[in-house]
Design a binder for this molecule. Structure first.
Ligand code: HEM
Length: 393
């Protein structure tokens, strides 16, 4: 049995630092493969589950709480996201109305509006002939999607872009607490108005459904809106960025998507398996043993779903993007009680992007002389992806 002082489990790994790995987010994580669990002293010190089997098992471990979801712990300790930071038994009451409102039959109503947003962004890029895919597309579409889902006015887009920018590309001028306060100031009037008089939007539907047979309290409703807002901005932006960073180098797959739009649903699922980059963390509420290590109450345990998705014991040839593979069991959206409630929406967004983009812009290259960069952290992402369209239809 090992503990955090054992040299056998020690691995100096900083989730924010990609320097040692030539700036490549996925390569950085792949260097942890071959073990079950490691301890790093970085970011306050924490465990990292590294094999697919250990990651999957710890997602179901009742002695691991969602009260802290990040390293360092200060980043999320006071966020109070609902349902994400609630534990059993109260968690189910918060999750149920959200799950019900985000069932495929309801989110399909958002489809034409998301498609329209995607088309408009793609048309701008077609006219310009070049873009930074990250700032011109990947970070914008999720904001439009959130506005649609919550029924907020499209005039709020610039305000949300500012928030999204601080979330996606923190420049150090805003602390996590300040970012939360900015989000709350923005959300409060909209949320209170929906509690008072629900509209037809999905946020209103969730609020009107109540929590375990009683109404949502204003503070709980704010924590829910915060979770929906922050849950779907940087995560979707990151996924889109990595997907296009892959497709720019894969002419064959670009041609396949352009010539056969029916490929898009399977491609979206496989690309999510390969490139979903959100990590999560748990805090131990009791001493437990996992994969032959002693985890003490209070310890943080980081669960990187991507190491499950890229474990050869979980998926054959895991680094390869294969549109024909059955990728349904991937853990990119988490696993167990807290599995992402937005998973269907994410697949819809990615599907729409693949269909709309490849209908108009099947050929593009990296822009010569402008570097591509990635960023580490709780949601690894593309920092910049300059693309040039090579056929201006
Ligand atoms: C590619 C995009 C996304 C990825 C990779 C992603 C990933 C995840 C993961 C891994 C979890 C589980 C976290 C944990 O167990 O600690 C989660 C939960 C959650 N996600 Fe997402 N997510 C994405 C998009 C979205 C969107 C668009 C929304 C909003 C509609 C959303 C809302 C949520 C919420 C509310 C939870 C908490 C569920 C619960 O606690 O029961 N996510 N997500």
């Amino acid at each position: 049995m090992y503990d955090k002082a054992s040299p056998e489990v020690f691995h100096d790994f900083d989730i924010y630092d990609l320097e040692a790995h030539a700036g490549d987010f996925f390569d950085a994580w792949l260097c942890l493969q071959g073990r079950d669990i490691v301890w790093t002293p970085r970011n306050g010190g924490h465990w990292i589950a590294t094999s697919g089997a250990t990651i999957e098992a710890l997602f179901g471990e009742p002695a691991l709480s969602n009260a802290i979801l990040s390293v360092p712990r200060e980043y999320t300790e006071h966020m109070g996201f609902l349902p994400l930071q609630a534990d059993a038994p109260v968690h189910a009451g918060y999750r149920k109305p959200v799950m019900q409102a985000l069932l495929p039959k309801y989110i399909m109503a958002l489809e034409p509006i998301i498609r329209e947003s995607a088309r408009a962004l793609i048309e701008d890029i077609r006219i310009k002939g070049a873009c930074d895919f990250v700032t011109d597309f990947a970070e914008v579409l999720p904001i439009d999607t959130f506005l649609t889902l919550a029924g907020f006015p499209t005039e709020d887009r610039p305000m949300l872009r500012e928030l999204g920018e601080q979330l996606n590309r923190p420049d150090g001028t805003v602390t996590p607490e300040q970012l939360m306060a900015m989000a709350d100031d923005y959300l409060r009037p909209h949320v209170l108005a929906r509690l008072e008089a629900p509209g037809r939007d999905l946020l209103s539907i969730i609020l009107a459904a109540g929590v375990a047979g009683r109404p949502w309290q204003p503070d709980e409703a704010m924590r829910l809106a915060r979770n929906l807002l922050f849950g779907g901005l940087d995560t979707v932006a990151a996924l889109l960025g990595f997907v296009f960073n892959h497709l720019v180098d894969s002419r064959e797959q670009r041609e396949a998507l352009a010539s056969d739009p029916k490929l898009a649903p399977k491609a979206a699922l496989e690309l999510t398996r390969r490139f979903a980059s959100a990590l999560t963390t748990r805090v131990a509420t009791a001493d437990i043993v996992a994969a032959d290590v002693q985890i003490m109450a209070g310890d943080l345990v980081l669960l990187p779903p991507l190491l499950y998705n890229l474990d050869p014991r979980c998926f054959d040839r895991p680094l390869e993007v294969d549109f024909n593979r059955d990728a349904t069991r991937h853990l990119g959206m988490g696993s167990g009680a807290h599995r992402c409630v937005g998973a269907n929406l994410v697949q819809l967004e990615l599907l729409i992007v693949l269909e709309e983009w490849f209908r108009v812009l099947p050929n593009f290259t990296r822009t010569v002389g402008q570097p591509t960069r990635m960023r580490g952290g709780g949601v690894g992402s593309m920092a910049t992806l300059p693309l040039t369209m090579s056929n201006r239809a």
